[in-house]
Design a protein around this ligand. Structure first.
Ligand code: ZN
Ligand code: ZN
Length: 367
């Protein structure tokens, strides 16, 4: 892991310099892991131009020392002494904190600690709210991340390929979800990256449906959305299948969604905004008359979190760039009937999107 940490710290330091920050207090668990390699559930990083400190409690001190050789480990006792210690050891002044993550209560405690600390006037450290500095770095995947992400993807692909052909009418959604999760575990997953979704028939039109007692029927679409976690990295995969003979609606809707997905995969380019990429698929669905029934974003970044940067939706102004990994998952949802969604993970390269998912996908079903 070590060889990947230094370039990440370097990128963060460049970002801090650009923003005029003396350091960043990192509290978001995924950002902590990304920058340090530390997998424990508690702790803070303080990264400055010259220093990298990791404060954690007694349960994790030894683990942190082993996992994060680039960091100096500080034992967090009770109270806020650890925070003052990080500041005094680094001499950091304008210190950013992750405003999307830190609680109001913790912010208050840290500000109070600063107030009570020694030093006055301009020499006194200040807390500065920041947004998504590390999250934006995480949108780009380095080779080590690509290796782990691909493993997570291979696991959910394998589980889908082995379980989907065994789904029969009469089985319940939860039964199928369980078998998918068992298959992912058997293939080496730490666990699912989110609650597995199996939505049969009309349930497929409900965006918040997970898996329940609904019995799978012949001729109904089944939306399966699942992901595996491997060494912290998350995959995300959706297939829509049907047992028996599809009806006219399914043929039409499935072919539209597939066409939209393949169009987006074939034409997305580095330098487009997330909104432009979203529009590639949305246009196909709108032309088919289903625009109102595609009520979510085309995709989202995946990595240490199952939803992360880049954003790929109708209101996403950020640019998509080479090295970013994200999902492409158009869908059409028809109340009372069900839904169709098809989702793969891609990585943007010079020549366009390379698809990382290899789960079997039904080709066009229409005539
Ligand atoms: Zn998904
Ligand atoms: Zn997704």
């Amino acid at each position: 892991m070590g060889s990947n940490i230094l370039p990440r710290l370097q990128a963060l330091r460049a970002a801090l310099k650009e923003k005029g920050l003396g350091g960043l207090l990192v509290s978001t668990p995924e950002n902590r892991r990304y920058l340090s390699g530390f997998t424990g559930s508690a702790g803070y990083l303080l990264v400055t131009q010259a220093d990298a400190l990791l404060a954690t409690d007694f349960r994790y001190v030894e683990q942190a020392g082993n996992q994060s050789p680039e960091f100096r480990v500080v034992h967090m006792g009770a109270g806020n002494g650890w925070f003052l210690q990080l500041l005094s050891e680094t001499g950091a002044r304008r210190v950013g904190f992750e405003s999307e993550n830190i609680s109001v209560a913790l912010h208050k405690r840290l500000a109070q600690a600063l107030k009570e600390s020694d030093g006055t006037g301009t020499g006194k450290p200040r807390l500065v709210a920041t947004s998504n500095i590390v999250d934006e770095l995480r949108a780009y995947k380095d080779w080590e991340e690509m290796r782990l992400l691909q493993r997570a993807i291979d696991i959910s692909d394998g589980a889908m390929n082995s379980v989907a052909p065994t789904i029969r009418p009469g089985q319940t959604e939860t039964e199928v979800a369980w078998r998918l999760e068992v298959a992912m575990r058997e293939l080496g997953a730490e666990g699912p990256s989110f609650d597995t979704i199996v939505a049969a028939g009309p349930n497929g039109a409900l965006p918040h449906h997970r898996a329940g007692d609904t019995v799978i029927q012949k001729g109904e679409p089944i939306v399966i959305d699942m992901g595996a976690k491997y060494q912290g990295y998350c995959s995300d995969l959706t297939r829509t299948i049907i047992i028996g003979t599809p009806d006219e609606t399914f043929r039409r809707v499935y072919d539209t969604v597939l066409g939209a997905q393949l169009t987006a995969i074939a034409t997305v380019q580095a330098g487009m905004t997330g909104a432009q990429a979203d529009g590639l698929a949305r246009k196909v669905i709108e032309v088919a008359g289903h625009g109102e029934q595609f009520g979510h974003s085309l995709g989202h970044g995946v990595g240490l979190a199952v939803h992360e940067f880049p954003r790929v939706g109708p209101n996403s102004p950020g640019l998509l760039q080479e090295g970013m990994a994200f999902t492409i998952e158009p869908g059409i949802y028809i109340s009372g009937w069900g839904g169709v969604r098809i989702e793969d993970v891609v990585v943007l390269e010079k020549s366009g999107a390379r698809v990382l998912s290899k789960a079997i996908k039904q080709d066009k079903v229409g005539g």
